[in-house]
Design a binder for this molecule. Sequence first.
Ligand code: TRP
Ligand code: MN
Length: 448
Amino acid sequence: MDRSWTPSRWRDLPAEQQPEWPDPHVLDQTLKSLSALPPLVFAGEARSLQRALAEVAAGEAFLLQAGDCAESFHDFTADSIRDKLKVILQMAVVLTYGAGVPVVKLGRIAGQFAKPRSSATEFVDGQWLPSFRGHVVNDDEPTLAGRTPDPTRMLTAYHQSASTLNLLRAFTKGGFADLSQVHTWNQQFVAGSPGGQHYDALAAEIDRALRFMRACGINLGGEASLQQVDFWTSHEGLILSYEEAMTRRDSLTGDWYDTSAHLVWVGERTRHPGGAHVDFLSGLSNPVAAKIGPDATPADVVGLCAALDPDRTPGRLTLITRLGAGRAPAILPGLLAAVRDAGHPVVWACDPMHGNTFTGQGGRKTRHFDHVLAEIREFFAVCRAAGAWPGGVHVELTGDNVTECLGGADEVLENQLELRYTTTCDPRLNASQSLDLAFHVADLLRGH
Ligand code: TRP
Ligand code: MN
């Protein structure tokens, strides 16, 4: 670790995607308040996640990173958090039971409020407005007042992250995630779908296995591993003043940790080694990740590894490819080989969402389940051919019964997109599509 690094060093570097806050005084006051607030996560937890990711890097576990594209200040209820967790637990159980591989559960949640944009302004309803950058910056409502960046939103984001995390900790440690509850995670509107029925059958097998162990005289009530899960949080570390204010020195080790989440990642647009975002992540002791798009060269990716994982620490760096269906066979082998030759023990994960977004006939941004699955299949095939472990998937989903992505076994059709399209940003898999995907990934993990 570079001892001259400080959490504010990024300020001397080119920082893309930062909002133009209108009032520097309010910004200053907000950042002061944020720096004085308690950390959201503890450094020791971030170290535990890094150890879990080291197992993924070694090919002994699988990473499931999932959650909303962008969390919303408007749609913030206990039910929506619980329902998202239900889907993630269902997917995790399908992967763990179906493939017999431990699953590291990492939410895109409790802090995923910022969105990178391709342009600073956009033309809506006859006027130019600042682009929507996520609720930590401005409102999605297309008015000048709504779109003007407001630094006090960072405090709202902090408090919403704190209550989300509190509920997640309660659910995952307080009985809700107990394997004896495996049936109750299947929501009513999912239960009738092909994925939901497939899930019910798997849940019944788990019930039988638990009954069998109980009948053998094993006291399952004393087994914390059956009753609780470790659930980690992550988001894109985009708004650097927010991340800086949340970064604290760990009293045990003296190292710097961004306490806004267990893991933060840099996006495809901000992953330049000379830029502010990579510099910021380079000094953190949290595990970190980077998105890798189709234009990244092997040299780019090796440069990124040198900046973010100079000590070649297993679990420190996760590389998340988002290439688009059809592109991995040409692009991925070169990246895998270059990173292996440079000696970085990274986790390779596949984001099959962001390279497969298109605008449907009705003008809605969407993704097709078949393209999502195709990219994952290619990821597995290319990794296997190269002798690399296909370490995980990164998906955007919701527990709600939305119609934002096309296809799936309970097929969403183009003319149904209008029915329940509620995302503030990218289209998300609904609960049955997410389950379908988990069954396919479990098959791939088993080698089918
Ligand atoms: N604790 C184990 C794990 O996290 C088993 C487990 C308990 C589990 N509840 C779960 C697995 C819910 C998946 C989903 O893997
Ligand atoms: Mn997205």
